[in-house]
Design a protein around this ligand. Structure first.
Ligand code: SF4
Ligand code: SF4
Length: 176
């Protein structure tokens, strides 16, 4: 992914999305075999569901300034897949890992975004104040560069092994 934007990085994204799709479909088949309804949503059906808000509610991560989810373990270097089911499950909760504390001071993504699509200020979007990416600027560059990902790779949370320590540091600083 560090070669992004490139054909190599694009192939890696597609490889992992295919794996995610297979996982959600296989898991839904297994849950149906137990007698519960389940629907795996392969990535190419992502228009049926918006993955990021579900993942935030499930405590997987928080929205970063670059418009992608940031998770403590993997930064933004991971892919999401979704499966819908009525299987009774323990429900997770959103978790504050300190993403906002970092994004308010960091400009690593907005500085490197070629079409300057990333805003350094939060904006009101459908009644919620959140980080905002201008997709009219991002999308053409994204399409021309096989999926761009420059902002994801520039993010300090995406450095392998760094996220847990970064989270611990900012949350302890906030508490003080
Ligand atoms: S994917 Fe590329 S163009 Fe889009 S916001 Fe990130 S750096 Fe900018
Ligand atoms: S690069 Fe910096 S500002 Fe952008 S999402 Fe990551 S932490 Fe936030």
């Amino acid at each position: 992914m560090l070669t992004a934007p490139s054909v190599k990085a694009s192939k890696e994204v597609q490889r992992v999305y295919a794996l995610c799709s297979r996982l959600s479909v296989d898991m839904s088949r297994y849950i149906r075999s137990l007698g519960w309804p389940a629907l795996g949503l392969p990535v190419n059906s992502s228009s049926e569901v918006i993955h990021i808000p579900l993942a935030i509610n499930a405590g997987i991560g928080q929205l970063g300034k670059h418009g992608s989810l940031i998770c403590k373990e993997y930064g933004s270097n991971f892919r999401l897949t979704t499966m819908l089911t009525d299987l009774p499950l323990e429900v997770d909760q959103p978790e504050d890992i300190g993403v906002d504390d970092v994004c308010l001071k960091c400009r690593a993504c907005s500085n490197v975004c070629p079409p300057q699509a990333i805003s350094d200020k939060k904006q009101w979007v459908r009644g919620t104040e959140k980080w905002y990416v201008d997709f009219d600027r991002c999308a053409p560059y994204f399409a021309d560069t096989y999926g761009c990902s420059i902002c994801v790779e520039a993010c300090p949370w995406s450095v392998p092994g760094r996220g847990p320590k970064l989270s611990e540091r900012v949350l302890s600083r906030r508490a003080q």
